[in-house]
Design a protein around this ligand. Structure first.
Ligand code: IPE
Ligand code: MG
Length: 233
């Protein structure tokens, strides 16, 4: 969800205004996803690096998260949205953590859309946490080092139970992954749009889905060449 700060700057407003507007885009995009039949939506809301921002911006983002959670649980239940999180959420400020736990519990029966918020999330940190937990299992002898496979790592990531993403949408024109889902994005199609997140709407989602539909996903395999109609002499 990139571009909130630029969206605000273009208007001569403080960055928090952009984050506020960006939080409104979440409901809009979640609804458009459900209309399009998307079953999993994962939003990169706060990275492990975002703590380096000025304290008032971090505090503002945490308050926005709390507000979003307290205001949207009813809407999520009406629409069948189940909330989930990935990241080191135990290190979030207590009020945000408590609200999160409540929203997750109150929406746990929903199945139409799994809305996962990446909070205090970093892809490298996620892999570090997975390696630590696998190492602990090796130490107590419940897993042999030779038995560790790609699936073992997948099942120790925060995303266990979620499919790897089919499509990554990057807003605000940046051409980088920025420590997001490093392991899970191996074969994900990437769509970059110059739209800033607060301006991202259903038409942009449809454009991204159409772009995705035009891709040929080979997963490393070769594509069958069409049979030649003229045999070269
Ligand atoms: C939102 O956009 C990302 C969050 C941390 C919520 P930015 O705040 O990174 O916006 P830009 O990059 O300054 O435009
Ligand atoms: Mg940014």
């Amino acid at each position: 969800m990139d571009g909130n700060g630029r969206w605000a700057r273009e208007r001569g407003w403080i960055r928090l205004k952009g984050h506020e507007q960006g939080s409104l885009a979440v409901e809009r995009v979640a609804n458009a996803c459900m209309d399009a039949g998307v079953e999993y939506l994962t939003l990169y809301a706060f990275s492990t690096e975002n703590w380096k921002r000025p304290a008032h911006e971090v505090a503002g983002l945490m308050l926005l998260l709390e507000r979003f959670l307290s205001e949207k649980v009813a809407m999520m239940n009406e629409n069948g949205v189940r909330l989930a999180t990935i990241g080191r959420t135990h290190d979030l400020p207590r009020p945000a953590r408590k609200r999160l736990e409540r929203a997750i519990a109150e929406t746990s029966h929903n199945t139409r859309l799994i809305l996962t918020l990446a909070l205090n999330y970093g892809g490298r940190e996620e892999i570090v946490d997975a390696v630590r937990s696998i190492a602990a299992e090796v130490r107590v002898g419940s897993i042999e080092p030779e038995a560790i496979e790609a699936a073992t790592i997948s099942s120790h990531l925060y995303t266990r139970g979620l499919p790897d993403p089919d499509l990554l949408i990057r807003t605000s024109g940046e051409m980088r992954i920025s420590n997001f889902l490093l392991w899970q994005l191996s074969y994900t199609e990437i769509h970059v749009t110059r739209k800033l997140w607060p301006d991202f709407g259903p038409e942009d989602l449809h454009a991204a889905l159409a772009d995705y539909a035009s891709r040929e996903r080979r997963f490393g395999e070769a594509r069958e060449n069409p049979a030649p109609t003229i045999i070269p002499s």
